[in-house]
Design a protein around this ligand. Sequence first.
Ligand code: ADP
Ligand code: MG
Length: 412
Amino acid sequence: MFETLLLNFLFLLVPVVIFLIFFENRPYASHGKVLVLLSAVSMILCISMPIQLSIGFIVDLRYIPFLIVALYGGYRNVFLLYIILNLYRLYVGGEGTMQSFLFSTTMMVIVPYYSAKFLKLSSKGRILWAAIASFLTTGFYLLTLSFAKGALNKQFWILVLNALTTYVIFMVILMILIEKIIANMKNRDRIMQSERLKVVSELAASVSHEIRNPLTVTSGFLQLLNKSKTIGPEEMQYVELSLQELKRAEKIVSDYLSFAKPQSENMVYSDMSTELEYTKNVIMPYASIHKVRVEFHFNNSLQKHYDRNQVQQCLINLYKNGIEAMRDKGGGTLSIDISEKKQNIVIRIQDTGVGMTREEISRLGKPYYSTKEEGTGLGMLMVYSTVDKLKGFIEVESEKGKGTTFLITIPT
Ligand code: ADP
Ligand code: MG
């Protein structure tokens, strides 16, 4: 029996190992499907080689991958698994098919309901709750089994004890592995992002400075030329166009310059209320042009050292993106909230705009990533770089078509 147990454990490890070797570096969007299919393989293997117990019962570990997919993936992902499970179970046939069907249906309906809550928990919380979920579901399964067989003798209770411990222990081991993999992936992304920022800001600071001077000189002379009376209307148009393009170049350069190191003359020790007030005035006209209602809330007493210009720029970038996301929807509400939570300043910027897919969220903050015609793709990079310098972090929640929430946590 011990051999079969180990074999089953190996089946559970198969998706983890294969995922790590072959799929970890693929885009996040493809992970869901791959994991569901790998879990299906693992489940089929578990059903094919169940653990035969001395008293005639068989148990297998098929519900571990099922539970994990239900908890992490919600209804959409587990449904496919549910179908595969029942088709295969039907194919295998034999005693208990109906029971298995009823039980998996119950689980399919109940467990994914808690998926959203589960995903919001901390890593430790998820491990704990997955363990509890496996305990409860296995307990429930054995209970129904006992009713069906009506064999409530001592041997049955030994079986219950064994099955429960096996399920819970295997679940915990798997969950620790999964959570560790998730943490590693997140860490790697963070390190990559911070490397990118370093390169960009160093390059930007040096190049932008050098380019700014010639730009200013050229645009000065062009402005003089613009006033000259000797050039014709056609030339005048060329000059106008050149000036416009120069202005654009200047804007890009100043976007880049905002990555530069914090300047000592801008450093303040404050609670961000001044910045909120200032950026509010800057953004209001832009919001009203696009029929966006803006709500401000401020409830923070914590203070922090920061570069005033950078924080202002960062807030403005976020507001602008929010408003631009609502532009095509013909308006909406932008709600901005600065508050405190356990020694952290929490900035929350919520829009009711077009939203983003997960794939799009994962590309936020990469240089030049923009879906707008006139976009530079530097706004979010600047936001990430500023928050990074403040040792804070950014969480993004978004639903396509519904809107986006940026949650920035800055420790004080
Ligand atoms: P830009 O605004 O110049 O396009 P950003 O770096 O500010 O560059 O933003 C990058 C991209 O991220 C945008 O083009 C847009 O597709 C997406 N984005 C950023 N913020 C939001 C938001 N609040 N809602 C929807 N999409 C957003
Ligand atoms: Mg932008």
